[in-house]
Design a protein around this ligand. Structure first.
Ligand SMILES: Cc1ncc(COP(=O)(O)O)c(C=O)c1O
Length: 427
């Protein structure tokens, strides 16, 4: 049997033989611009529409009949093949943003009267999608602390269809044990059939597929923002869903009719720059993240630091088992969460002063939301990314008023520590 190249190599070269590759002599696929495609005959057009809608689509196996960008398109298709490889999934379907991917999954898996059960700490927009928008279409959410998966049985009802979580959790970096949650979901699924089954959906944005592959730990569906580590340079929005083949057709149809497609011009840089460089960026960024986390841990103004690579990390054992690259190496990631000392109102003011000082004076740190980029970004979740959670929801989600989230980029670790040290001393 020929040797199977490593995932890192396949993220550069993709499938050696793919019917999507129509550009016979290019080394890099050309930048696409065609919204619509010549169909040659009515019969070919009809076959194209029929194949797109057919649940038993042979996508990826034979030369596709491209019709219109919103249905399918070659550059996005190449990216989807490589994303599926990275996640260890049978298929991946991209969306215009992480939020388009997440809402696409809820639209696919739920209908009026159904329920979602989610861990209470969630990215702010996901929280607002579940609590503000999904109830308008009759889908409600109950929260359950999934650090204690045995509680799931008390919260799940006959109407529940989805169990939803992020791990590591945004922004606190709590690590949830995917295998124990998946075991509990499997137990609760005994006796449930077809669409009544619970699906475990995991947001894998923080670790990226080279830092964790939730499908291998029992998840049914992975969602992620491509805007972060996968794009990597802060230039392109995108989202994806990775899952078994049985979900592919439904995801395509949801994307076609709700229209949240990833623009082919945004797919191109993720395919050509983002994915091929992911492994080296992650390795270099997490080295710097560990140095920064150690500095923060020793700082007299810092009450606690959460970074999976620290010995003091409370969920260290699960993290070491679950957060690995495809070769099994531990991948603690590029995000650091730290909390300033003091009672909540005082700690909040101090955190605001730190990020304000950074905004005005730092060279290597930028006050901005988002994460996973080559530039280091700092933010105050309680007033920024998680402002969609009211105060009570923030308390329930463990989001400290004095908490600061740091996404460590590729700058020199000494420079990053210098900027942080100055901001902490002055705040
Ligand atoms: C964990 C997580 N999921 C989803 C998203 C949404 O991604 P996007 O901004 O690409 O819609 C974000 C954005 O920050 C995130 O942090």
């Amino acid at each position: 049997m020929p040797r199977r190249p490593h995932v890192e190599s396949r993220m550069i070269h993709g499938e050696p033989r793919t019917p999507r590759w129509e550009f016979s002599h290019h080394v890099v696929p050309p930048m696409p611009s065609s919204v619509t495609f010549r169909l040659d005959s009515a019969a070919r057009g009809a076959r194209g529409f029929a194949e797109f809608a057919a649940p038993s689509s042979q996508r990826g196996k034979r030369r596709p009949i491209y019709i219109y960008d919103r249905l399918d398109e070659p550059t996005r298709g190449l990216l989807e093949e490589n994303l599926a490889t990275a996640e260890g999934a049978e298929t991946a379907v991209t969306f215009a943003s992480g939020m388009a991917a997440i809402s696409g999954v809820f639209l696919l898996l739920t209908k009026a009267g159904d329920e979602v059960v989610a861990h209470p700490t969630l990215y702010g927009c996901t929280h607002s999608l579940l609590t503000q928008w999904m109830p308008r279409v009759g889908v409600t959410t109950r929260f359950c602390d999934l650090r204690r998966p045995e509680r799931l049985g008390k919260v799940v009802t006959p109407a529940t269809r989805v169990v939803y979580l992020e791990t590591p959790v945004n922004p606190t970096l709590e690590v949830l044990d995917l295998e124990t949650v998946a075991d509990e979901v499997r137990r609760l699924n005994r006796g449930r059939r077809g669409d009544a089954r619970l699906r475990l959906v995991v947001d894998n944005t923080f670790p990226s597929p080279l830092g964790q592959r939730p499908l291998a730990h029992g998840a049914d569906i992975v969602v992620a923002s491509l805007t972060k580590h996968l794009s990597g340079f802060g230039t392109d929005l995108g989202g994806m869903v990775a899952a078994a083949k049985e979900y592919e057709s439904g995801l395509f149809l949801v994307r076609k009719d709700f229209g949240g497609v990833l623009a082919s011009k945004n797919a191109w840089p993720i395919l050509v720059y983002g994915l091929p460089t992911l492994s080296v960026r992650l390795a270099a960024q997490q080295e710097r993240a560990l140095s920064v986390a150690r500095f923060l841990e020793a700082h007299p103004k810092v009450a606690k630091v959460h970074y999976p690579g620290l010995d003091s990390f409370p969920w260290k054992n699960v993290a070491r088992r679950q957060m690995t690259d495809p070769a099994g190496r531990f991948m603690p990631g590029t995000l650091v969460y730290f909390v300033l000392k003091g009672a909540p109102p005082k700690a909040r003011r101090a955190a605001e002063r730190v990020v304000d000082h950074v905004a005005k004076n730092a060279y290597t740190l930028t006050l901005a939301v988002s994460l996973g980029h080559v530039r280091s970004l700092i933010e105050h979740p309680a007033s920024m990314t998680h402002a969609a959670l009211d105060e009570a929801s923030q308390v329930r989600a463990g989001i400290d008023p004095g908490g600061i989230r740091l996404s460590v980029g590729l700058e020199d670790a000494g420079d990053l520590i210098g900027d942080l040290s100055e901001a902490l001393d002055r705040a």
